[in-house]
Design a protein around this ligand. Sequence first.
Ligand code: KG4
Ligand code: ZN
Length: 337
Amino acid sequence: MLILGIESSCDETAAAVARFEESADGTVRRELLSDCVASQIAVHRLYGGVVPEIASRAHSEAICSVTAEALEKAGVCLRDIDAIGVTSHPGLIGALLVGTNFAKGLAYACGKPLVAVDHIRGHIAANYYEYPDLEPPFLALVVSGGHTSLIRVRSHVEFETIGRTRDDAAGEAFDKVGRVIGLSYPCGADMDRLAYEGDAMAYSFPSAAISDGSLDLSFSGLKTAALNLINSMSQKGIEYRREDIAASFTRALTSSVVKRLRDALALTGDRRLVIAGGVSANSHLRNAVTALCDELGIGLCMPPRSLCGDNGAMIAAQAYYEFKAGNLADIALNAEA
Ligand code: KG4
Ligand code: ZN
């Protein structure tokens, strides 16, 4: 079957078409036919972060053409589509409403089934294309600009959050520290690059792995320690290399996440780990998680960089499994922040 996936929860308007074919033995072949993203980053960069009102308007402008482009690149038309999946939560409410109402309109006009997709489930599902054998159960780490969670994926549609950030998300911490050292929004990719040129041992920052027996994280303390250090050095006229800040901050963040993964894998006994979300593009994190999985003999799945950030492909993949489980939305679907 062919699924059209639509995503508009934050600052990317995205649509994709994917084909899912179930064989007699129940295995599903997952093939991405097109994946189109209209990024709003250039607009939000002027303000140092996402401006929700601007995001909603930009989604309105782009959503028709991005969807048309996804259909065209896949070589299909709306008539061929078997179901329409759309992100309904969580995210910026105005941005989500553009996507959900557009998808509802399409589904209603064309008589197609509509599937509401959880954005975080979608991030995890982005891995299904790259890894044809990937099937639950497995442990997933979702690290993005808005979310950081450790999730046990019990089946394609059953998820249990076993750890989460209690405050900032990992990407948010990268963005805030990056901003103070003069990088432009979003700062994650530049922090990644700068960290190679700095001394990771130059500064020591507190761990984000909370020591209270839970699997939770707190990036706020780590972020604040970095911001305080930078501000106090600036006030005292002490020169610092921003590469050293990037490298030391990245080391602290990465080792906190790896610690939490080690704890979670020991607790759950899972033998397969999936990472997902914008921050899963971070090469230092990818290297550290690869080393952990090599050490423990755990199978690791990481999305290609093109599918780490927000995209329609991930929504199409999760929509397929929600559809198969009978989780259909009706035309009264609403978005939830
Ligand atoms: O998944 P995503 O596109 O949006 C949300 O669902 O939040 O994630 C965006 C976040 C931003 O904070 C961005 O700075 C971060 O992902 N990011 C990175 C890298 N590439 C993007 N963070 C660290 N290293 C990267 N290479
Ligand atoms: Zn996302």
